[in-house]
Design a protein around this ligand. Sequence first.
Ligand SMILES: [Zn+2]
Length: 208
Amino acid sequence: MKIKVQVIVESDDGTGEVVQEIAQLERGRLRPEELGLTLAEAKGLLEGLQRTIVEQQIAEYSKQQSSCPLCCRQRMHKGAHDMVYRTVFGKLELSSPRLFHCQCQPQRTRTFSPLAELLAERTSPELLYLETKFASLVSYGMSLKLFEEVLPIGAEINASTVRNHTLAVAERLESELGGDTVRELQLYLNPQAEHLLDWFHVVRHEGC
Ligand SMILES: [Zn+2]
C-alpha cells in the first residue's frame, strides 16, 4: 500500500487553504520492522512538516510586515539576504527581507530586517535547551550522537556548535543569577551534579 501524508493549512483571513504533500510511504507484506513508522521516516516527516509550517508562518509574517501598522502604507523593499535558523526539527534556510521604515514616524534607521531581528538568536529556544541539557549530562561528542540518532537536526550541527551554545547559556545563567544560585539550582535538580559548574569553568578556561 501507499500512504501519502499531506498538511492542510487554513489561513485566519479565509483566503483559502494550502495543501502540501510532505511524504509518501510504501508498505508491502507486514514485517515487524515496518509496522508503523521507522525512525528515519519519522525524522523525514518531522523535517517536512516543520518546513511546511515555517513556510506558511514566514509568508504570513512577511505579509503583515509589508505595510506600516500605523498608517497602513506599503513599506518599500530594499533587497533580502539568506539566513539560517536551526530548530529541533531541522535547519531552515530563510530569506530575510530588508524594508524601508515608513516616513510617518521618526526612526533611528532608514531600513530594518524584521525577520532577522525577530530570530536574532538563529537557534530555537527548544534546540538550545536540548543542547544544553544533553551537554550538561554527557560530553559534547556524545550529545551530538544523541542528536544524530533521534532528531532531523542531528546532521546539521557539530560538537563545537553544541559547546559554544552550552557555554553561552552557562555564562548567561551565571551573569543573570550568579554562580551560587546556578550551583544551588544544579544541586537541587541533580544532587550528583556538583561537578558540572566547575566543568563549565574548566572547559571555558582551557578553551577545548
Ligand atoms: Zn506609516
